[in-house]
Design a protein around this ligand. Sequence first.
Ligand SMILES: C[C@H](O)CC(=O)SCCNC(=O)CCNC(=O)[C@H](O)C(C)(C)COP(=O)(O)OP(=O)(O)OC[C@H]1O[C@@H](n2cnc3c(N)ncnc32)[C@H](O)[C@@H]1OP(=O)(O)O
Length: 288
Amino acid sequence: MQTPKKVGVLGAGTMGAEIALCFSVAGASVVLKDVELALAEKGKARLAKVVDKAVEKGRFPAEERDAVLDRIVPTGDYEPMADADLVVEAVFEKIELKKAILSEADQVCKPECVLATNTSSIPITLLSTAVSEARRPRFVGAHFFAPAFVMKLVEVIPGLETSDETVDVVMEACRQIKKNPILVKDTAGFVVNRMLFALFNEAVRLVDEGVASCEDIDTGCRLGLGHPLGPFALMDMADLEMALDVSNLLKDAHGDRFRFGTALKQRVYAGHRGKRFGRGWYAYDKKD
Ligand SMILES: C[C@H](O)CC(=O)SCCNC(=O)CCNC(=O)[C@H](O)C(C)(C)COP(=O)(O)OP(=O)(O)OC[C@H]1O[C@@H](n2cnc3c(N)ncnc32)[C@H](O)[C@@H]1OP(=O)(O)O
C-alpha cells in the first residue's frame, strides 16, 4: 500500500499531534481534530516547535518545514475526515471516552477507511464494540510511543474481528512513515507496557521499602542497564495519573503484580502528576 493519501487524527494532545506529524512528513494530508478548533490549533502550534527542534538538531531538512506543517489542518469537526483513508484515535486513555469518539468517527468515515486506536492498554476487541459491525474488520490497534515523532516502534494489534488485510495495511503504513511495526496479540498492555509497568511498579516498591531514592534508582537504570531515562523520569514525562490508570487496567487483567505502590498514589492525590504539572517525582519549571 502507498502511504495513505489522507489521514485523520482524533485528539490533538502530545501523542495525537506528533502522530499527525509523522504522516505529514511522509506526504499525507492530515486532519487533526480535537473537541474544538482552538485545541486542535494549539496542538498544531506545538508541532512547529517539535519540527524546529528537529531542524536545529540537524534531524529534519529546514526547507521542508513549512510544507510539512501546512499539510496538517486543525479542526473541531469530524466532517473533514469523511474521505480519510486512515483515522488514528489518540484521545485520553479512558474507555468510555475512547468508545464515544470511535463511535462518532465511525459514523462519518467512509466504509473503506481503516480506523486505528492508539490505546496503550485497553483491549482492542473491547474498543471495537464502539464501531459498527461493518467497520470491525477495519478496526485495529496501532500503539505509538512517546515522543511519537522520534520513537520508532508501533505495536499493531488486531482485535478478534480485524481482517488480515487491515493488519497488512497498517503494518505497511507504519513502514511508510519510517516506523518499525511489531505484531502483538490483543491483551491488556500488549507487550511493551506490560514490561514497562513491571519496571515502574518495582521501582515504586523500592521507594516504598526505602531501598533507594528515586534519583538513585533512575541512575541505576541509566548506568546499570543503559536505559536513556530511569523509570521515575519517564513516569514524569508521561503523567502519573495516567500511569496509575493504566496500571489499574493491567491489574484487572493480569493480577496483583501490576498493583502500584503507595508513593505513586500519594503523588497523584497531591496533584504532583509529572513534568507538565511542574512537579512529579522531581520538581520542574512549569511550562505549557
Ligand atoms: C505510555 C505509552 O503507552 C508508552 C510509552 O510511550 S512509554 C515511553 C517510551 N519512550 C521512551 O522511553 C523514550 C525515552 N526517551 C529517550 O529515549 C530519548 O529522550 C529520546 C530518544 C526520545 C530523545 O533523545 P534526544 O534526541 O537525545 O533528546 P532528549 O533531550 O533526550 O529529548 C528530546 C525531547 O524529547 C522529550 N522526551 C524524551 N522522552 C520523552 C517521553 N517519553 N515522552 C515525552 N517526551 C519525551 C524530552 O523531554 C525533550 O524535550 P525538550 O526538548 O522539550 O526538553
